[in-house]
Design a protein around this ligand. Structure first.
Ligand code: ADP
Ligand code: TYD
Length: 208
């Protein structure tokens, strides 16, 4: 029915908010399906390992963009489209906007070229609503340090890369004001969740 995506820099609270929205929807008797990128299919999970393993430090930016797109195609065809056809609301932790920002902007491959690649690959499936959680890069690094597990290949990029990503999401929000809702992710989990629920009501008419 609706396709809702969650975006932002690492640790900005995407998966926390996705889970809370799924729980609120379940309480309201609304059927949802949660997915995350890259991954969510057998092929996609293998591509995820290739993409995030710190050992592939010589990966070219175009290889990276193509692998994210390849994992996305499988997820759209095998999981997202069938669930939408069944009338479910699909919640995705990252989608095309991640590629526009990380590969198009931060890796400087060009937003238009990455958009074309991904629109072709997915048959043009765009989200109905996208949340972008904004968080200072410093706060994101603090949350990451608190996690206590090793950084993946993208998390291990220098601070200026992550700053480009955060700046990129702000640009994207200006490009797609009808679809993207920017939310200050630096507040409490409950305050952020209240904004998410309110936007689902205002933009999609969902009563949660
Ligand atoms: P992401 O999916 O964007 O990487 P997570 O939802 O996994 O982010 O959250 C990253 C970390 O930050 C987790 O330890 C989570 O508990 C914590 N966290 C999430 N939202 C908030 C918040 N609003 N305030 C403080 N900590 C948060
Ligand atoms: P993940 O562990 O899922 O991170 P997070 O919890 O922050 O979502 O790792 C996904 C990483 O891949 C993340 O650093 C962002 C990056 N990424 C891209 O660079 N391009 C993309 O198209 C996608 C989907 C993710």
């Amino acid at each position: 029915m609706y396709f809702i995506t969650f975006e932002g820099i690492d640790q900005s609270g995407k998966s926390t908010q996705l889970d809370l929205l799924a729980a609120a929807a379940a309480k309201a008797g609304i059927d949802t399906l949660s997915v995350r990128e890259p991954g969510g299919t057998p092929l996609g999970e293998q591509i995820r390992e290739l993409l995030l393993g710190p050992e592939h430090d010589t990966m070219d930016a175009w290889t990276e963009a193509l692998l994210y797109a390849a994992a996305r195609v499988q997820l759209v065809k095998e999981v997202i489209k069938p669930a939408l056809m069944q009338g479910k609301i699909v919640l995705s932790d990252r989608y095309i906007d991640s590629s526009l920002v990380y590969q198009g902007m931060a890796r400087e491959l060009g937003v238009d070229r990455i958009l074309d690649l991904n629109l072709g690959a997915t048959g043009g499936l765009m989200p109905d609503l996208t949340f972008v959680f904004h968080l200072d890069v410093a706060a994101s690094r603090e949350r990451l340090a608190g996690r206590g597990t090793a950084e993946d290949r993208i998390e291990g990029e220098p601070l200026d890369f992550h700053q480009k990503v955060e700046d990129g999401y702000r640009k994207l929000e200006e490009m797609y004001p009808g679809r993207i809702v920017g939310i200050d992710g630096g507040r409490s989990v409950e305050e952020v969740h209240a904004d998410v629920v309110a936007a689902c009501g205002e933009r999609l008419g969902l009563e949660l």
